[in-house]
Structures are given as structure tokens and as C-alpha cells.
Design a binder for this molecule. Structure first.
Ligand SMILES: [Mg+2]
Length: 485
């Protein structure tokens, strides 16, 4: 949904209210198997906005819920779309999911090895997020397999390094150590570093060399200096935040956001990986002064999402955050007002980002680069939309297992006739359905007959459960036919 699409917004809230109502009134009792399956799908729709959904897990849900692969035409009827290739398409989807899991498992093992070899998996402080970083990359990014394996690995390696270095600046290093490390990144010379600083710089230097060499081979252009510059920009922002925190200085909101948009490092990930897409990022869009608007929006939205989920911890740690700063700059506001203000800002800016990423004419970036910006925002939304899943050691386990390890759980398909009979409205003044009720509806569709599955109009019995005063006339599109697989 883009900004100023008020009708769409209204339609969305109408649909949402209707689904919520269905959740409270839709079930016909504990034996209502059909509704139980539908409940899962409706809950998913209500609980997870599109921006928080990971493509890979979405595919899984729709394959596993394939019996719900039906159009719910009204409160009392189903139509399942059918085509002669349905079974084959389903088989293909199942095999594709299994193939993806194999590739993802192999890449995750490679990443774990890389983290271990670079001593990043056992720093003794902060977060070890190799699996989470790779999960977000693999599950969010709809790039083709296995050709874009290197793009996934670049994103995940950069994200692992960012997590470790950010924690070092936030919680471990002394101000002198942090200044030395940022200075080493500026000079791109690790001489004189020791301990964790040496480990972080060594891993960064190795990554930048690897990527620059790959890019030179792939596209014939040396991007070493561009990579060094964007990493220095990121390290400098972490140093600024650490200096504020250690000196007790409170920046203005404007100052904070200017730095915070860089320190969240979403652009560090996406611009680096965009150099390896085809067509790739134009060289000049890699330079801070010339970041595209969609890049700037990507830098802002994840920062604000992260702030909403971390302000309590940051108040305790004496750190700054947009939620805390709004409160400070607006003494009449309380913390709820402050969170609401930041949420509103996120909602506005994410609509702008969608427009820039999906519409022509807003951005000069090639389409794959714009899409990567969008996927990255989705990954941040997935981690921070309703809680801080990135910092939780338990909230992501189920999704990670489903994405990489647990085979698809396929149900035995239920014949549609059973679904329909389960869903029939109760006749007036009766608590149970009679055989005649089933028969009369079955006759309408000629279910027990030979053919003619598409009756043009069907008059359904009035159901007091659903509160209709008049009979409901359902139109049946003539080309849709029922299938019994
Ligand atoms: Mg930080």
C-alpha cells in the first residue's frame, strides 16, 4: 500500500474487521475441521503483515495448507480452483522447497565455517548470530537458486561481521580501543591492533579482499576503495554513538538520526551486495553523498524499527534512541506517545520506500537493486515488527527449523465434497443437519451425478448462525469446476 491510497486503507481495515469477526463467529463447534484449517490461514493473515513475511516460509505454508487452496466464496461455500496441471505444479513446488532446503543447509554450513575460521563465532561477548543472519538472507530474498548463492553469502557474512563489531562498540571495547579500531579502518591498516579489535579488523580485511577480487573477476571493476569507504562510514558511526554513550552527551534527534541511519548498517549490507547483482549498482550510488532516496529510506526504517524494540534496554544502558529523544524533546508526552510517534514515522517512510522500490520513475537504481532494498526492509520487519526477535535466543528457533531442516508436512488431501458438507449452514430451527439438507445442496451441484459441476446460481438455505435475513444467492463462475484430489 502506497501513501495516500485511502480507499485501499479503508478496504484493508474492512477486510481485517471481517476476518476478526469470522474468528469469533465462524466456528461451528469442535468438529468443524474445515474452520480449524481456515483459522490457521486467517490467523496468519491477521498476525503477520505482508512486510514481515519471509517468502521461503510462505511457500511452505501454502504447500502444507494446500487443502485450503480454495476460494472461500462466502460464509457457506468453497470452490477449489483446479487445472489439469495442479498435481504436477504441486509436486514441483514440493521438490523446489526440498531443493532449497538442501542448498540453504550447505550454505549455512559454509558460513559457520567462515565464522569459525575468522574467530567471529566465539568472541566471548555479545551475540553470535550466524544462523539468524543467514536465515534472514535466505528466507527473505527471492533470488533464484543456486545462481545467487554468492549474493546470499555476501549479505550474511557482512551481517555477521556487523553484529559482532556493533556489540564490540556497544558493550565491550574501551573508548581508546574503539578509536584505534575505527582509525585502523580509516587507514585500512591493522598494525598495532590487538585482541578483539585485531580479530574484527582481520575478518573485515579478508571479506573486503574477497569481495573486491570477486567483483574484479565478475565485472572487471575494482571496488576496493568503495568497500573500504562504506565500512569506514559504518565504523565511524559506531564510534560516534559509543562516544555519546560513554561521555553522557545527549545528541539532538536530528544528530541522532543522521548517525543512527548509518549505524544500523542496512545500507552497508545492501549496497555491497547490490554490486554483485545483474545489472549491478551504478558506481556513483555507492558514495555517501549520492545515496539514492530508496537507500536513505532503507537506512531510516530499520533504525526506527530497532529503536522501538530496544528503547527499554537502551534506557537501562544509558544509550540514546529516537523513542527516548522524542520524549526528552516533548516533555508533555509520555512513553506511549513517543512510541506512537515513531511507529507513525515508520508507517509513513515504509510506504515511501515501497513506492520507490516497486514503482518506475522514483529511483535510478536497476530493478534488482531496488528489490534487494525491499527484501532487506522485510528482513528487518521480520526481526523487529512485534518484538526483538533478533536478540531472542528462542523466538526464531521454529522458523529456522522449518526453513532449513524440517521436511514438509504434507496432509492427505481431503475430498472437496467432505469440505463442503462440513461447511453447510445449519437449517433453521434444527441443531443437526439432516441427510436431506445435504442431498438438496448436492443436487444443486449434481455432486452425486455424473457431470455438470458448475450450477449457474445456487440458493443457499438461510442460516441463523450467520445472521442473514434473506436467502443468499451465490453466483458460480462457469469456468471454475470442483476438483476431488
Ligand atoms: Mg550499536
Amino acid at each position: 500500500m502506497f501513501a495516500e491510497e485511502y480507499e485501499l486503507q479503508e478496504a484493508r481495515s474492512f477486510a481485517r474487521k471481517s476476518l476478526e469477526k469470522t474468528m469469533t463467529t465462524g466456528s461451528r463447534g469442535p468438529d468443524d475441521v474445515t474452520f480449524t484449517s481456515f483459522r490457521k490461514v486467517i490467523e496468519h493473515e491477521l498476525d503477520f503483515p505482508w512486510l514481515t513475511r519471509m517468502e521461503h516460509l510462505e511457500y511452505r505454508m501454502w504447500i502444507e495448507e494446500k487443502d485450503m487452496n480454495a476460494l472461500w466464496m462466502g460464509k457457506a461455500s468453497f470452490h477449489r480452483l483446479s487445472c489439469s496441471y495442479n498435481d504436477k505444479l504441486m509436486q514441483l513446488a514440493i521438490q523446489n522447497y526440498g531443493f532449497r532446503q538442501l542448498v540453504y543447509k550447505r550454505e549455512l554450513e559454509e558460513l559457520k565455517r567462515w565464522s569459525r575460521d575468522n574467530n567471529l563465532s566465539d568472541m566471548g561477548f555479545g551475540r553470535e548470530k550466524t544462523t539468524y543472519c543467514y536465515f534472514a538472507t535466505a528466507a527473505a530474498i527471492g533470488v533464484s537458486l543456486p545462481y545467487d548463492s554468492h549474493v546470499r553469502l555476501i549479505l550474511a557474512k557482512s551481517a555477521i561481521l556487523i553484529t559482532v563489531a556493533d556489540d564490540f562498540f556497544d558493550m565491550e571495547g574501551s573508548l581508546n580501543e574503539l578509536k584505534s579500531l575505527a582509525d585502523a579502518v580509516k587507514r585500512w591498516d591493522g598494525k598495532g591492533l590487538s585482541g578483539h579489535s585485531k580479530t574484527i579488523f582481520g575478518a573485515l580485511d579478508g571479506l573486503v579482499s574477497e569481495l573486491a577480487e570477486k567483483h574484479l573477476q565478475q565485472q572487471g571493476r575494482d571496488i576496493t576503495n568503495d568497500l573500504k569507504d562504506i565500512w569506514y562510514e559504518t565504523f565511524a558511526s559506531w564510534l560516534t554513538e559509543a562516544t555519546w554513550s560513554k561521555s553522557g552527551r545527549t545528541p539532538s534527534m536530528e544528530e541522532y538520526l543522521e548517525t543512527g541511519m548509518i549505524s544500523i548498517a542496512a545500507h552497508t549490507l545492501v549496497l555491497t551486495a547490490s554490486c554483485f547483482l545483474n545489472p549491478s549498482l551504478p558506481n556513483y550510488k555507492f558514495r555517501p553523498a549520492q545515496y539514492d532516496t530508496v537507500t536513505k529510506l532503507l537506512m531510516l526504517v530499520p533504525r526506527l524499527l530497532n529503536d522501538i524494540q530496544s528503547y527499554q534496554k537502551e534506557i537501562a544502558d544509558g544509550k540514546q534512541n529516537s523513542v527516548i529523544l522524542y520524549l526528552r524533546e516533548n516533555p508533555e508526552a509520555d512513553i506511549e506517545d513517543s512510541v506512537a510517534y515513531v511507529r507513525e514515522l515508520i508507517a509513513t517512510k515504509e510506504k515511501e520506500l515501497l513506492e520507490h522500490a516497486l514503482m518506475d520513475g522514483f529511483s535510478d537504481l536497476p530493478r534488482p537493486c531496488k528489490q534487494l532494498h525491499l527484501f532487506c526492509m522485510k528482513a528487518f520487519q521480520m526481526f523487529f515488527h512485534s518484538s526483538n526477535r533478533y536478540d531472542s535466543n528462542t523466538e526464531m528457533i521454529d522458523d529456522v527449523q522449518k526453513a532449513f531442516y524440517i521436511p514438509l508436512k504434507l496432509q492427505t488431501p481431503k475430498p472437496l465434497i467432505k469440505l463442503m458438507l462440513n461447511q453447510l449452514p445449519l437449517p433453521l430451527h434444527h441443531h443437526s443437519r439432516s441427510k436431506n439438507d445435504y442431498q438438496s445442496v448436492a443436487n444443486c451441484f449434481n455432486i452425486y451425478g455424473k457431470r455438470s459441476l458448475a450450477a449457474p446460481r445456487v440458493r443457499w438455505p438461510v442460516s441463523r448462525n450467520f445472521g442473514y435475513k434473506n436467502n443468499i444467492v451465490m453466483g458460480v463462475p462457469p469456468k471454475i469446476r470442483f476438483s476431488f484430489f
